[in-house]
Design a protein around this ligand. Structure first.
Ligand code: SAM
Ligand code: SF4
Length: 345
């Protein structure tokens, strides 16, 4: 069993399969996308699978594929099937902007993908287009429908709450009445762009940098308070906490609530206002083969070199070294050199 230096059980690996994306969300990507890296610097799927097998031997049982947009990488369906076939893997999950799900959901489900987290920050087509710099809301909504049609479960929606976007949170809460969908409101995090800070905040800034300002951060307690007040005013009924055992099978630190009579839940993820480092259960592998112990720390181990020059035992030793080096907690509000799309949020 993988245990880190602070006694935390580490059983969850997030693999970023690409740092490219078909959208350009203002808080995640520069308008022109990321720099074209030498393809030799990126891990092949075979290398990722070899790493995953070593990780399973060191106690990992859950893998989430993310990016960039994981569905833009050619061969992703077959990659998922091979990961799913690893002995010791409990489930494979995917985080996606959903725009390619209408044509891919069926094949992904056939490959063994069961769980999907979909990123969607607004149900207003104009706000969605502004946040994603040109994305079409109808594509993302069709992706959600496709995930349900092929029976993925749970289907969760990630909403990054940014104050200057003035998002209509209740429009998301209403979705939980129609079907078992799980909305997670995520605090906007200071990740990326440390090398070129953007004044004026992510959404007011049209500059190339990824910006984060204190003013745009909305604490989860405020999000919950808004849901209670606005929900009551709109006649949605009471919002009650969901017991851990009834929560939608989470691998992470979300806290879940349910409106009276709703099929799905609303949750909050609060990395800044409520530290959850004590429950951290994960490691991250970037698309260029760096092993990250903490989302908020730029400390990385070079898995690519070990994968290319070392034995399977060397890869396992690197994973044990990562567990030993995992920090107790994060130095939040400091920013990171890599953007979220390069880390795999
Ligand atoms: N392209 C996929 C997607 O959008 O779901 C996967 C990669 S994306 C980097 C993963 C998640 O990170 C998304 O839910 C996105 O909203 C979130 N994210 C990106 N930048 C963030 C930030 N600064 N604060 C909070 N969440 C962020
Ligand atoms: Fe792409 Fe996801 Fe980043 Fe948006 S959040 S730019 S969809 S990687």
């Amino acid at each position: 069993m993988g245990t880190d230096g602070f006694g935390r059980r580490i059983d969850y690996l997030r693999i970023s399969v690409t740092d490219r994306c078909n959208l350009r969300c203002v808080y995640c990507m520069p308008p022109d996308g990321v720099e074209w890296k030498d393809p030799n610097l990126m891990l092949t799927f075979e290398e990722m699978e070899r790493f995953a097998a070593a990780a399973v031997a060191e106690g990992i049982s859950k893998i989430r594929l993310t990016g960039g947009e994981p569905l833009v990488r050619k061969g992703i369906v077959e990659h998922i099937a091979r990961l799913r076939a690893l002995t010791g893997i409990e489930a494979i999950a995917l985080t996606t902007n959903a725009t390619l799900l209408p044509r891919m959901a069926f094949h992904l489900a056939e490959a063994g993908l069961e769980r999907v987290n979909i990123s969607l920050d607004s149900l207003d087509p104009d706000v969605y287009a502004k946040v994603t710099r040109g994305g079409k809301l109808s594509d993302a909504l069709a992706g959600i429908d496709a995930a349900f049609e092929v029976g993925m479960s749970p289907v969760k929606i990630n909403v990054v709450v940014v104050r200057s976007l003035d998002q209509d949170l209740l429009s998301f809460a209403r979705m939980t009445f129609d079907r078992p969908i799980h909305i997670r409101f995520i605090e906007y995090m200071p990740v990326g762009g440390d090398e070129e800070p953007a004044p004026g905040g992510a959404c007011s800034s049209e500059s190339s940098a990824v910006g984060w300002t204190e003013a745009d951060h909305v604490p989860s307690d405020e999000i919950l308070a808004r849901l209670v007040v606005e929900g009551a005013a709109a006649g949605l009924g009471a919002l009650a906490p969901v017991a851990k055992g009834d929560a939608p099978g989470g691998w992470g630190p979300a806290r879940y609530f349910r409106f009276d009579g709703a099929q799905g839940t609303v949750g909050v993820i609060s990395p800044l206002s409520h530290h959850f480092c004590g429950e951290c259960n994960r490691l991250r592998l970037t698309a260029d083969g760096k092993l990250r112990m903490c989302l908020f720390s730029d400390e990385e181990l070079d898995a690519r070199t070990v994968l290319r020059e070392g034995s399977d035992q060397d890869v396992r030793a690197l994973i044990r070294a990562a567990l030993a080096a995992k920090p107790e907690s994060h130095n939040m509000r400091r920013g990171t050199v890599r953007r979220m799309s390069q880390i795999g949020g």
